[in-house]
Design a protein around this ligand. Sequence first.
Ligand code: C2E
Ligand code: MG
Ligand code: MG
Length: 469
Amino acid sequence: MRHNDSYAKLVNEFMSKLEDTMAQVSEENTTVMANLREMKEMANKLSFRADSIDVFNLNYFFKYIDELISAKTLENYVACRFDMKRFSVINHQFGRKDGTRILNEFVVKLQKGLGNDGCVCRVQGDTFTMVFRKERLSYVTGYLSGTKIEVGYKNKKKAVLSAYAGYYEIEGEKTAEEIMDRIGMAWNIAKHVQRVPYVFFDEELLSAVENEKWVESVFEEALEQEEFLVYYQPKVTLKNYRLVGAEALCRWKHNGEMILPYRFIPVLEQSHLICDLDFYILEHVCRDLSQWMAEGKPLVKVSVNLSRVHLGDMDILEHVLAVVDSYSVPHEYIEIELTETTTDVDFRELKQLVIGLRTHGFSVAVDDFGVGYSSLNLIREMPWKILKIDKSFLPVGNEEDDEEIQKKVMLKHIIGMAQNLGLECIAEGVETAEQVTILKENNCYLAQGYLFDRPLPVEQFIERLEELM
Ligand code: C2E
Ligand code: MG
Ligand code: MG
């Protein structure tokens, strides 16, 4: 959708009427002609200049692209959308009036750097679009990643401004709207998802964004229709290879297709919808456990993954208790798997949750230990019961290269440290007999992995359970 479509149309009509009039007035009529020229200039400003900032507006961006399309030179250009990082801080520091002057200076300087071939256009507030020749790309990325701006005469005010930007190196025939969509997507990922200074649009991004939109649009109905299934992956003891527990892993069966977690969990985590899914899985696990109890089947502890997105929820513990207790499942049969956190706030909330769960008799595991930001504080300060060693610490093949030797040393010490601190260790992603040998050598007797079982549909898992009878 074009910005201010009807307004732009009106302006176009006005301009063509003005040009018709100019064509009818004789050049000798100098005063009238001069007035008409001035009116044209004013009309141009009114229609294509931004309010309060000395650059163009979005109408001009669309007009510019349309002209490049007509000239068939679009592929020589890059389009970009950006907004300023923490501009509210600048406004707060310098006051709104000087904040606007600083912003003005920033974009005017940027426009100058483009030469005569390109434009910077204000969308609204501190959000802009621009189009420029591909040769200017490194200048623009450098400029938007951080530029010092000074305004005023005496006591100059100085600020370093930077932006979140989405770029699209235009390829093929595209409409102005398609270009606008692409830079919007890239900008959104830079600002809200990856939190990096810039992202370039590519087709992979398009399919990721399409997948994201699709997941979000069908999720609620899929949940209502119970399209999500619990698969159970056995955990075994390496002493006699018997099943001693399981991890509940989510699968999504949609129109006959089985969709794996990597396609929907990260999307749901962004929008917090993951919380609904996690509780759905917890509820289904409790329902299964209570049914197995009623049928006199052997029971084992089942672990459920809770996303760290839950950490913002003050009532998370009560929520878990309410679900588990509504099915009268003894707490010792439920384990909660949590992953490490990255921020201090999350760390405190994670600690509260781990303590709370343990106080109520649940087992709690730190999942994927060793990837990401695992810190020793995480282990020292929280009363975990289990440490799940990530598969990246398991040796692959028999080669004794530096990396493999390093992994072995780390594996040995992680297991030793965990056990000395009173934690149980389980290795996940065990795929080979060699890995089993190494785990045993290091005194780790719990494992989960394809070597024993894949995540199993509930009926097959029950068969595995019944072997215990
Ligand atoms: P995770 O919790 O670390 O689960 C272990 C993953 O490793 C599972 O992938 C499992 O299928 C896979 N795996 C098990 N054994 C092996 C092996 O021998 N080799 C290899 N290469 N992989 C193995 P899956 O089921 O695709 O799940 C991926 C991740 O998605 C999980 O990692 C977990 O973080 C997340 N996830 C799955 N279900 C849920 C859920 O209900 N809630 C939340 N919040 N996250 C979930
Ligand atoms: Mg897990
Ligand atoms: Mg894991």
